[in-house]
Design a binder for this molecule. Structure first.
Ligand SMILES: Cc1cc2nc3c(=O)[nH]c(=O)nc-3n(C[C@H](O)[C@H](O)[C@H](O)COP(=O)(O)OP(=O)(O)OC[C@H]3O[C@@H](n4cnc5c(N)ncnc54)[C@H](O)[C@@H]3O)c2cc1C
Length: 520
């Protein structure tokens, strides 16, 4: 029963049936329908979306919480595997790797993260083990281990320092089912027009392809890269990042799954971009994100298959090859304008190097719900806060992704020279300058990645501050050495107890348990 003011929105309409539309429907259904607010979703019968978002980051646990969903249930539905981080091969120099494991590294000292102390040790001794060596997630990834035991326990799961690889279309379907369970009404069809209110303050109603009108108070535009029916409404300036992130196209192929599945994403730098390798239970996904001015789509598929062969895959069994996807890199300056909120690819796109699109979509919907205008006359204020905050978060993620290129020392193609020298934002410039002065990287929103992520990336690319911080230098060196050794000992102990990735996957997906196949 409605017990809210008459000005409360009565109906929210979601347009689109890709991951963004389904995620919005599932979350809004759960949180708004109990308030008596109708949630209606319009999606074409064949509109499953582009279906290529296959790697996630740890914030997906929050989505599971918000949907009261079970990890195992989601994993089974989505043929999912575990992800402990990303291995970047050939990114800094050819034939070298660096890593971005999830979560914190090792243990804190005096309530501070390990990095400044590791740096002090490195400074004193000249050389130490690489920073990532102290990350339990890295050690587990390298050894092909699971993030937790069969019972779900481990220091990695206690901090939720892991994520998943999942079948994007199956994930959409899993979300769609959850949305339906909450009572979201689904209309099969397409929106052909969004008609403005007389005073121009917002959209009054949508016109569907069967000629019907659909009114609403708020409209979530989840129509992806396609021309949106809302595109002419409001101040919809697009901030174009194609001069900073040069990859503008992607091809993807699917290969049969292997037995020993890596619990991490591999990103391999290639002469005109980079390729992902994502292991799922039923297949392996590979994709090449590249600069179309230096490579054709056929060449991209050829290079991708060569890479797969060098990685031991039988490429005679390519089960699927997508049409090349054009990537429109950038973001809307105002994703929320009037009563329209653009979410997912309709709001912007950053190449999937750090698997942040589903995360940004989730964050946008969560923020929308936090700020949900229970009185329609509050909409303006909510939208301003939303646009400012989401803009900053998206910019920070873009900077983090661009930093991978900026730090690369590859000099073997025009693409890498141009990518490294592409302009970086003032914020990133100042963050790098502060880091180089004293090793500090704390002035971030950190909504996607904590300062630790920057430390892995910077140290992995041989970028160190000129000197360690005074605080870390004042710590007894013996104590630092002792803590570093204790971390290694503790990690080894935990590692012995963790099951192999394939063992836990067998258990999760219900297959008989067996232990074969090593990763390396
Ligand atoms: C190459 C590539 C790799 C990626 N990898 C990752 C990754 O590893 N991890 C990650 O998190 N993300 C990744 N992403 C991003 C991820 O694919 C998207 O975030 C995700 O697919 C959500 O897309 P979407 O729902 O916004 O758009 P789409 O999937 O394009 O869905 C749009 C929906 O809107 C519908 N629609 C369009 N117009 C209308 C209309 N007029 N009326 C009604 N419905 C309409 C369409 O039919 C479709 O259902 C990747 C993206 C690309 C391009």
């Amino acid at each position: 029963m409605r017990d809210l003011s008459l000005e409360t929105p009565e109906r929210v309409v979601i347009v689109g049936g890709g991951s963004a539309g389904q995620m919005a429907a599932a979350l809004l259904g759960r949180q708004l329908i109990p308030l008596g607010i109708e949630v209606v979703q319009v999606q074409p019968a064949d509109g499953t979306g582009i279906g290529v978002g296959e790697a996630t980051i740890p914030s997906l646990h929050r989505l599971l919480d918000n949907l009261a969903a079970d990890e195992q249930d989601m994993m089974r539905a989505c043929q999912a595997t575990f992800k402990l981080g990303i291995q970047f091969s050939n990114w800094h120099h050819k034939d070298e790797d660096y890593w971005h494991p999830f979560g914190v590294c090792g243990a804190q000292i005096d309530g501070r993260e390990l990095f400044p102390y590791w740096l002090a040790e490195r400074f004193r001794r000249g050389v130490t083990r690489p920073y990532q060596t102290y990350s339990l997630q890295w050690a587990a990834a390298l050894a092909g281990k699971s993030p937790h035991s069969f019972g779900g326990d481990s220091p990695i799961s206690a901090h939720r320092s892991y994520a998943f690889h999942l079948d994007a279309l199956a994930f959409s379907e899993w979300l769609r089912q959850r949305a339906a369970d909450t009572g979201v009404q689904s209309i099969i069809g397409s929106v052909i027009a969004a008609v403005c209110r007389d005073d121009g303050s917002g959209i009054d109603h949508l016109v569907l392809d069967d000629g019907k009108r659909l009114t609403g108070d708020l409209f979530l535009d989840c129509t992806g890269f396609e021309q949106s029916p809302f595109s002419d409404f409001g101040e919809n300036r697009f901030i174009d990042w194609s001069n900073c992130l040069l990859c503008d196209r992607a091809v993807a192929v699917a290969l049969p799954a292997r037995r020993a599945l890596r619990p991490f994403t591999r990103s391999t730098a290639l002469p005109s971009g980079w390729a992902w390798t994502i292991p799922l239970v039923h297949r392996t996904g590979l994709g090449y994100v590249y600069d179309s001015s230096s490579l054709t789509a056929d060449e991209a598929v050829r290079d991708l298959l060569e890479l797969a062969e060098s990685d031991g895959y039988d490429t005679s069994q390519v089960t699927d090859a997508n049409q090349p996807l054009n990537l429109k890199v950038g973001r809307l300056a105002n994703p929320w304008r009037g009563n329209v909120i653009s979410v997912g690819l309709a709001a912007g796109f950053i190449e999937p190097l750090e698997s942040t699109a589903l995360h940004l979509t989730q964050l946008a919907i969560e923020l929308f719900l936090e700020l949900f205008p229970l009185r329609t006359d509050n909409t303006q204020q909510c939208s301003e806060i939303y646009n400012e905050r989401l803009g900053k978060i998206t910019d920070e993620i873009k900077d983090f992704v661009q930093l991978h290129y900026h730090l690369s020392a590859r000099d073997d193609s025009e693409f890498w020279r141009a990518a490294r020298n592409a302009p970086i934002s003032n914020e990133l410039q100042s963050r790098l300058a502060t880091y180089e002065t004293c090793g500090w990287h704390g002035d971030m929103l950190g909504e996607a990645f904590p300062p630790e992520s920057y430390y892995f990336l910077l140290s992995g690319n041989d970028r160190y501050p000129r000197q360690p911080s005074a605080v870390s230098l004042s710590c007894d060196p013996e104590r630092i050495g002792q803590v570093l050794q204790e971390i290694l000992d503790q990690n080894s102990k935990v590692m012995r107890e963790l099951p192999l990735h394939e063992e836990l996957l067998d258990w999760v997906h219900g297959a008989p348990k067996s232990t074969t196949g090593r990763l390396f």
